[in-house]
Design a protein around this ligand. Structure first.
Ligand code: UD1
Ligand code: CA
Length: 461
């Protein structure tokens, strides 16, 4: 039986932020959410999250977050309060009343170690089980170990002591083997010695790492790829983690048959799905729950967020949020789709067009300078340059309906709520305020007046 505990109570002073450190985002997910995610592949019976600094916010963010939605089969999250943050050992002491009588192992993870692979945790657990250790911890040999606790072992990988960077003698600092902040404890052993911790160190904190001197045997397991165990303490670490994550994600998609042009200028969240033969051009950013089908070409200079893009679509210098674009359609340059825009197949949405909560039937074009909001368009509609739906009366939003094959002339205003039937033609410059039946021409502008020989009166002298 395995329970997990995530340390997420610290403020993260070095982030210089109001937001608790573990809520800072990395590739579309908070750090703590990523830590929870890394435990997905092991079978656990309980999930405890220790919260403190702005604990309500951490709690709320996790409850509303994607991790729970994505893993409904995981045990529920239990939040344990650490009202004063007196160190990582003190944080784990808060579990004592909650884990009374628990006979299994406790996997402890720092909430600021977001890049761990599930595979690495499995390996740690396997060693723990195989040797029946009292504790097993993940270590790494870092070229630059600054800031990490140093792990001292004998030749059998048995841990004797962990000394925090700031408590190390110059000699001890020569040891580059560091504590990753990922531990597995046999809980009945840990439970007994937790009250023994003392705060006799530079920070005057109760260190979880001091428990290793009371436990036996404690074994260290080296991580294969030390990039995984990067702990985020400041914004520079966050940027480094972003780079590592981006490299992982891009390698994965290139291996799967996606072309990335100038990869370093592209960012892709690890929640995005791409099919083979997608081409991503420079300066393009793919975020959230986005999926792009085969043959599509996105960018240069585009942002796609929580959107579904069908096959053979092009999106050029455009922003697409919370929207759907069906196959063979062309978007951009300089289009903005948002708020559940749905573009049919073989459509064209062109220069300086904004679509909000608007559906286009197949083969419909909105090519230039338009705003369509809360509108439903049929098939083969042609929206003339500068057509606007006036969908907002200052209080409420209203719907516009446009039937198949209808054409609006340049600079038309459609004052919603309004319905234009099929095969309607709207004359250029019209302000249409009433419904128009099928097969009509509507002209809603004042007639042009031409006065022959008319001149401005000469001003009197
Ligand atoms: C810790 C380890 C260090 C290790 C490093 C790995 C200790 C004493 N040191 O140092 O050996 O190399 O992680 O990244 O454990 N937290 C609480 N309550 C507290 C204090 C911290 O929940 O009272 C949480 C923080 O929110 C954070 C985690 O514990 O998620 C680690 O705390 P942090 O202060 O970042 O520890 P480090 O100094 O990095
Ligand atoms: Ca840390």
């Amino acid at each position: 039986m395995i329970a997990i505990a995530i340390l997420a109570a610290g403020r993260g002073t070095r982030m210089k932020s109001d937001l608790p450190k573990v809520l800072h985002e990395l590739g579309g997910r908070s750090l703590v959410e990523r830590v929870l995610q890394s435990c997905q592949e092991i079978e656990i019976c309980r999930r405890l999250v220790i919260v403190g600094y702005r604990g309500e916010l951490v709690k709320q963010s996790l409850i509303e977050g994607k991790e729970i939605a994505d893993n409904p089969q995981s045990p529920p999250l239990e939040f344990v309060e650490q009202t004063e943050q007196l160190g990582t050992g003190h944080a784990i002491q808060q579990l004592l009343p909650h884990l009374e009588g628990f006979q299994g192992d406790l996997l402890v993870l720092n909430g600021d170690v977001p890049l761990l692979r599930a595979e690495t945790i499995k390996q740690l657990m396997a060693v723990h089980k195989q040797h029946q250790n009292s504790a097993t911890l993940l270590t790494a040999n870092l070229p630059n170990p600054q800031g990490y606790g140093r792990v001292f072992t004998d030749s059998q990988n048995l841990v004797q002591q962990i000394v925090e960077d700031r408590d190390c003698t110059p000699d001890q600092k020569q040891n580059h083997r560091i504590n990753a902040g990922v531990y597995c404890f046999h809980w009945p052993d840990l439970e007994k010695i937790l009250p023994e911790l003392k705060a006799d160190n530079d920070q005057k904190e109760y260190y979880l790492t001091d428990t290793v001197t009371f436990l036996n045997p404690v074994r260290a397991v080296d991580v294969e790829d030390y990039q995984e165990i990067l702990g985020i303490n400041d914004r520079k670490h966050l940027a480094t983690a972003c780079d590592i994550l981006q490299t992982r994600v891009k390698d994965k998609w290139m291996t799967a048959g996606v072309t990335l042009l100038d990869p370093s200028s592209i960012t892709i969240d690890d929640t995005v799905e791409l099919q083979p033969d997608v081409v991503i051009e420079p300066q393009t950013h793919l975020r959230g729950q986005t999926a792009i089908a085969s043959g599509s070409r996105i960018g240069p200079g585009s942002l796609i967020e929580n959107s579904q893009i069908g096959e053979n679509v092009t999106v050029l210098y455009s922003v697409v949020s919370d929207s759907i674009v069906a196959e063979n359609s062309r978007v951009g340059p300089y289009a903005h789709l948002r708020g559940h825009a749905e573009i049919g197949a073989n459509c064209r949405v062109g220069n300086f067009v904004e679509l909000k909560n608007t559906q286009l039937g197949d083969r419909t074009n909105v090519a230039h300078l338009s705003y369509l909001g809360d509108a439903t368009l049929g098939e083969k509609v042609n929206i003339g340059a500068g057509t606007i739906t006036a969908n907002y009366d200052g209080k409420n939003k209203h719907k516009t309906q446009i039937g198949d094959r209808t054409k609006t002339g340049s600079n038309s205003v459609l004052v919603a709520p309004i319905t234009l039937g099929e095969d309607v033609t709207v004359a250029a410059g019209s302000v249409v305020t009433e419904d128009v039946p099928n097969d009509c021409l509507v002209i809603a502008r004042s007639r042009q007046v031409v006065k022959p020989g008319w001149k401005l009166k000469e001003p009197k002298k």
